[in-house]
Write a protein that binds this ligand. Structure first.
Ligand SMILES: [Zn+2]
Length: 433
């Protein structure tokens, strides 16, 4: 396959003397990783006397290797939301020419990869630009992560994010729209209108939208085509509806309660809490960049008896019942939750109650398992070499993920996708010279 990104070496090469978090645990001692034909060919202790080093060696003493990160909830299409825009349409540039939207999408994909995210699941875009950017990346026309696509979200007429979704009513229309999505080549189906949300004025985030019969039709049709279903759901009733009708992941789940969490755990369902979206809110509030109407709206929910739970409360609710939690950010979903910030989600998960290692798993191996991906999320022999290099020990200090410069270099499928660290760039140049 053609690619914009080079292999450093035509044959095998070995990254030496690394400290490694392999997706599950931190390996003991220093480790050598041999990459060949885009895959991880060998992993061995650097002091293994029987070790045979293949190809050029790169001395990476002092660097830490992690699997490429997985962001389970992005909105690449159209790039970042415009800060300070007066309304939804202008914040999402809904009137913009599709070509310009495609360029913004490609740039968001490039930035995402350069920050160490080698796989994303993209959950609602425009005009199937997610499918097209996925294929353009795979073809080597533009740079970006592996993309699991969902096309456009499905919502009820006037439902959550109807401005950006396909409005469908009744099981028959839901089924037909899922079939259209299958025809367009998506990987997942996003059911947006399972409950209301914060972004759509006039629709209560706790109120269910799709009926159970509508959800059932969507899930049945998606599963028959071997696709999985992600459900946007805030209120417990909507979460229950979605879980009982067989969706595969719950997105946000802000008002998850004991009963809904129990049902999720029973069915082995994964929660994608999108905490970075909340950071966008907190930062926006501090910076004074949030629209007054949005602030008033959230206050009104609190006055009704539904105060917005903190990230700690939300993660505690899930963990209390054994609900698995994975990292997904909602980048591109609000003005302060921006492309390239993806890895901060793992630090936020740690702040909200996970250990550093659990949070790193949530953005690597656990996420791969939850999304049904067998070829990423781990540094393991036989898998594509999706590897992040850092000069800092992220497994001990996960907060350094908030600084973009923590990501020193990124390999995707064994190709060098980014090398922000000048010392590493020089080391890599010596190999290619
Ligand atoms: Zn979203």
């Amino acid at each position: 396959m053609k690619s914009l990104m080079p292999f450093l070496s035509a044959g095998p090469m070995t990254l030496r003397y690394l400290s490694v978090f392999d997706g599950d645990n931190v390996r003991k001692g220093l480790v050598d990783i041999t990459i060949d034909a885009g895959k991880i060919a060998r992993i061995a202790a650097s002091d293994d006397p029987t070790g045979r080093i293949e190809g050029p060696e790169i001395d990476l003493r002092g660097y830490y290797a992690l699997p490429g990160f997985i962001d389970a909830h992005t909105h690449l299409v159209g790039g970042d939301v415009v800060q300070g825009a007066a309304d939804y349409a202008s914040s999402r540039r809904t009137g913009e020419a599709i070509g310009m939207q495609a360029f913004r999408t490609a740039e968001a994909a490039r930035l995402t990869l350069s920050r160490g995210v080698t796989t994303v699941r993209d959950l609602t875009g425009r005009a199937y630009l997610d499918v097209q950017v996925r294929d353009a990346i795979a073809e080597g026309i533009v740079e970006g992560p592996r993309v699991l696509t969902s096309g456009l979200g499905l919502t009820i007429t006037g439902g959550h994010v109807h401005m950006r979704c396909v409005e469908v009513d009744g099981p028959k229309e839901v089924r037909r729209e899922v079939r259209s999505h299958v025809k367009a080549g998506v990987d997942w189906i996003k059911l947006m209108g399972v409950t209301g949300g914060m972004a759509t004025v006039g629709r209560h985030p706790l109120a269910p939208q799709f009926t159970r019969k509508e959800i059932r039709a969507g899930v049945d049709e998606a599963h028959r085509a071997n696709l999985r279903v992600a459900a946007h759901a805030h209120g417990p009733e909507g979460i229950r509806n979605a879980v009982l009708e067989g969706v595969d992941t719950i997105e946000h789940g802000i008002y998850l309660d004991d009963n809904a969490a129990e049902i999720m755990a029973e069915k082995g369902l994964v929660l994608v809490p999108t905490l970075l979206n909340e950071k966008g809110w907190i930062d926006g509030l501090a910076a004074g960049t949030l629209p007054a109407a949005a602030i008033a709206r959230r206050q009104a929910f609190a006055d009704e008896g539904f105060p917005y739970p903190t990230p700690e409360q939300r993660i505690a609710m899930a963990r209390k019942h054994g609900v698995r939690v994975i990292a997904g950010t909602d980048v591109g979903g609000n003005a302060n939750c921006r492309h390239g910030m993806n890895a901060i989600e793992m630090a936020m998960l740690a702040d909200a109650g996970m250990s550093n290692i659990e949070a790193l798993r949530a953005g690597t191996s656990a996420s791969a398992e939850a999304l049904g991906l067998k070829d990423c999320g781990r540094i393991a022999v036989g898998l594509p070499a999706d590897i992040v290099l850092s000069a800092r020990d992220i497994s001990n200090d996960i907060h350094c993920l908030s600084a973009p410069e923590t990501i020193a270099a990124v390999f995707k499928g064994g190709r060098l996708a980014a090398a922000a660290d000048p010392k590493l760039r020089r080391a890599f140049d010596r190999v290619t010279a």
